[in-house]
Design a protein around this ligand. Sequence first.
Ligand SMILES: NC(=O)c1ccc[n+]([C@@H]2O[C@H](COP(=O)([O-])OP(=O)(O)OC[C@H]3O[C@@H](n4cnc5c(N)ncnc54)[C@H](O)[C@@H]3O)[C@@H](O)[C@H]2O)c1
Ligand SMILES: [Zn+2]
Length: 357
Amino acid sequence: MDTFRVELGAQAHPVHVGAEILDRLGELACAAGLKSGRAALITDSNVARLYGGRATDALAQGGFDAAIIEVAAGEGSKSAATLDQVYDRLVAAQLDRSSVIFALGGGVVGDLAGFAAATYLRGLAVVQVPTTMTAQVDSALGGKTGINHRSAKNLIGAFHQPRMILADVATLATLPDREFREGLAEVIKYGAIMDAPMIAALESAMPAILARDASSLQRIVDQSLRHKATVVASDEREGGLRKILNFGHTIGHALEASAGYGSYFHGEAVAIGMIAATALSRAHAGLSAADADRLQRLIEAAGLPTKMPTAWRGEHFERALKLDKKRTGEGVEFVLLDRLGHALTRKLGFEEIVAHL
Ligand SMILES: NC(=O)c1ccc[n+]([C@@H]2O[C@H](COP(=O)([O-])OP(=O)(O)OC[C@H]3O[C@@H](n4cnc5c(N)ncnc54)[C@H](O)[C@@H]3O)[C@@H](O)[C@H]2O)c1
Ligand SMILES: [Zn+2]
């Protein structure tokens, strides 16, 4: 097991990454200083079936008497209606201010349970126990929580740092292939923006990763979370450095929104977005052709798409791009690479972006 801390002053917390460590959840939560007793385990229908029993047993061993709160699997559960049901269950479980909420599942559960924890009784401790690639390398760390509004994704939310993160890479064995691969887009992203040796390691380890070899998974989850922790610790609320985590996301979000949510998985749209961002990096940041090629080949090796769909140049896409949150004035704050392993941001006009797609 690898353990490190996210250095956030009073909100610093440990991160544990390992294979078959779910059974140590209760013990490690106690070691993190969390108070045992009444607790809640929020999870979704798929994850409850696969890991709910093991998680509650592990919690019982640490003295946590956890009420299981199960929501339907899928993005639809990041809603005010589901949140309201979660509050009902928290009331019924008689949690008090010192109780702990455990979020066991993918990013949907992490965001929903994190937001419930941020708001219920003005804030309860939350432990993130991510079980998807996306959640293990990205959403569990950083403290962003929230739900969707009918008008936009993630519109309602709060920053609420977890008290501990436990990523058991063995749980990734049961993840459907497409969900597994999309999470790799974020892993490749960390290498592209801040760690050139990680790109080389991914190039050689990709077959083992795709075969879900536990030690390879432990390495990439650990590296990814450490990179995100470094960025988040230096810039918790997304003023400056944290922006580089949006590499591939400006085009990616516009693609997701214009193609209709669901046609592309987030990581697939980000993969295409990273390729588009490399073309812009060639034009505006001096990225070499060789580096651009390497990134493209790595994304292909992960089984992710790299081509803009033929029908992208629609009005929907332009509107979505213009609506991007990171848009300032007439331009978009765009994350570019000047070389593999190093990112910078540049304000680019809308026409400059579209010209290179
Ligand atoms: N808070 C953040 O910083 C942040 C960052 C990135 C994404 N997100 C959010 O995360 C969400 C997407 O997360 P996701 O991709 O994990 O989706 P998800 O939570 O919907 O999980 C995907 C599917 O996998 C199933 N599943 C989960 N773990 C499994 C396992 N071990 N084995 C088998 N099946 C399993 C789930 O039941 C679900 O059907 C989005 O709502 C997105 O907005 C948040
Ligand atoms: Zn992302």
